[in-house]
Design a protein around this ligand. Structure first.
Ligand SMILES: Nc1ncnc2c1ncn2[C@@H]1O[C@H](COP(=O)(O)OP(=O)(O)OP(=O)(O)O)[C@@H](O)[C@H]1O
Ligand SMILES: [Mg+2]
Length: 393
């Protein structure tokens, strides 16, 4: 029996693009399809010439077409989309109506369209911040600390990797104006994909990420980064294509500055987790960041103690930075102490070279702690946010 072109086209159209995580047919990436006896030739139209994860994409297409009865050989030819198709793709990714469709309104049985463009959730050009839509399933996890260097970025990255390994779709927004260390720690090697004015976060270790670090040279003075960051944050939320992740982790800048304020404004449903170190003096500083979050009406959900101890070769635990800080802070804030992360050289080394400890040392002490932390956060579920405008009466 020989396969006809429509069968091949249908099989290829159903393949999920690893980068945009949607079917190729929907993305308009399937070009000409030819069948000649047992040989199939498929043209794929890439959104841009330097498209990430092309090898994986081609492998998926070969597999899908090759599985059809009567197909022995699959040749994939790569082309680049024309301007018109690219514009259509951008609209599709933004959730704007394409070809007369009206995505968004009422797709969960309720018509929230009235809220989609309500200030201050909207963008100046009227595009909504999708994370703020009532139907958004994404939990926004803000990782904060009172001061720098306590391991906030390490916790963000390793927690994200642990959640991704549980099967969740996870993104990281690196909002740390002073640091932007996330891309390096996560092991991102490619720049984010840019389709016209649409940014697609880069992916590494199963986690997507956007950072000012992609757009600003490292030596740009902090004084310039500040105002740029405010604008960039908004663009990262509104103009970037995140799909619909289960979790968006935000590496917040240390302290209580204006970026926290912006986040409070853009992402009012952020659940804040405070990272602290074990010495009792540290928790007073951490406490300030928690109070600042609460002032912005963000809910503080838990405390994560980092650098809790170092386990020697003989199994003895050395509490290099004292003990009790995490527990004390959690007590004062009335939230659970969710994890105590040990000091492990592989965490630092992994951060330096971009190989998260879960990959470098899957059976290690820190990996187990991050996995348990991810499981508790997943299990505790989102906070119910009370929003007056959403009440029925
Ligand atoms: N549990 C840990 N074990 C070993 N090293 C760690 C651990 N946590 C963090 N580190 C190391 O400590 C240093 C500071 O951590 P990190 O950059 O994550 O902190 P931060 O709070 O994000 O700092 P900054 O304020 O500079 O953004 C890094 O070199 C990191 O690799
Ligand atoms: Mg950091």
């Amino acid at each position: 029996m020989s396969t006809d072109e429509s069968q091949v086209r249908a099989a290829v159209a159903a393949v999920t693009d690893p980068e945009l995580r949607r079917p190729l047919g929907e993305l308009g990436m399937v070009g000409a399809v030819k069948v000649k006896r047992k040989r199939v030739a498929v043209d794929l139209a890439l959104p841009v010439a330097h498209y990430p994860q092309v090898d994986e994409l081609v492998a998926r297409v070969r597999l899908a077409a090759g599985l059809l009865d009567g197909v022995d050989e699959v040749a994939v030819e790569l082309t680049v989309m024309g301007e018109e198709d690219r514009a259509r793709l951008r609209m599709l990714l933004r959730g704007e109506p394409v070809d007369g469709e009206t995505p968004g309104a009422g797709d969960d049985g309720h018509d929230h369209a009235g809220h989609d463009h309500a200030a201050p959730l909207g963008h100046e050009e009227g595009r909504p911040n999708r994370f703020m839509l009532p139907r958004s399933k994404t939990r926004v996890i803000g990782v904060s600390s009172g001061k720098g260097g306590v391991g906030k970025s390490s916790v963000t990255v390793n927690l994200a990797v642990a959640l991704a390994r549980m099967g969740y779709d996870v993104g990281i927004l690196d909002a740390d104006v002073y640091g932007f260390s996330v891309p390096k720690m996560l092991g991102v090697t490619e720049d984010p994909l840019i389709i016209g004015d649409l940014v697609v976060p880069a992916t590494a270790n199963g986690v997507r990420c956007l950072s000012m670090g992609f757009f600003v040279p490292d030596d740009t003075p902090v004084i310039w980064r500040g105002p740029m960051l405010h604008k960039a944050l908004e663009q990262f939320l509104v103009d970037a294509y995140w799909g619909e992740p289960d979790f968006l982790l935000v590496d917040m800048p240390p302290g209580t500055g204006d970026v926290t304020l912006s986040l409070g404004q853009y992402l009012t449903k952020t659940e804040v987790f405070v990272v602290t170190t074990p010495q009792p003096a540290a928790q007073r500083v951490a406490q300030r960041s928690a109070y600042a979050a609460r002032k912005l009406k963000l809910s503080v959900r838990g405390v994560i103690e980092n650098m809790s101890w170092f386990t020697g070769d003989d199994g003895t635990r050395y509490e290099l930075f004292g003990s009790g800080g995490g527990e004390q802070l959690a007590g004062e804030l009335g939230v659970p102490l969710l994890a105590q992360v040990p000091l492990v050289p592989a965490v630092r080394e992994g951060g330096d070279v971009g190989i998260p400890v879960a990959v470098a040392d899957p059976d290690g002490e820190a990996t187990a702690v991050f996995a348990a932390l991810a499981a508790s956060i997943a299990e505790m579920g989102p906070t119910r946010v009370y929003r007056k405008e959403l009440t029925v009466r």
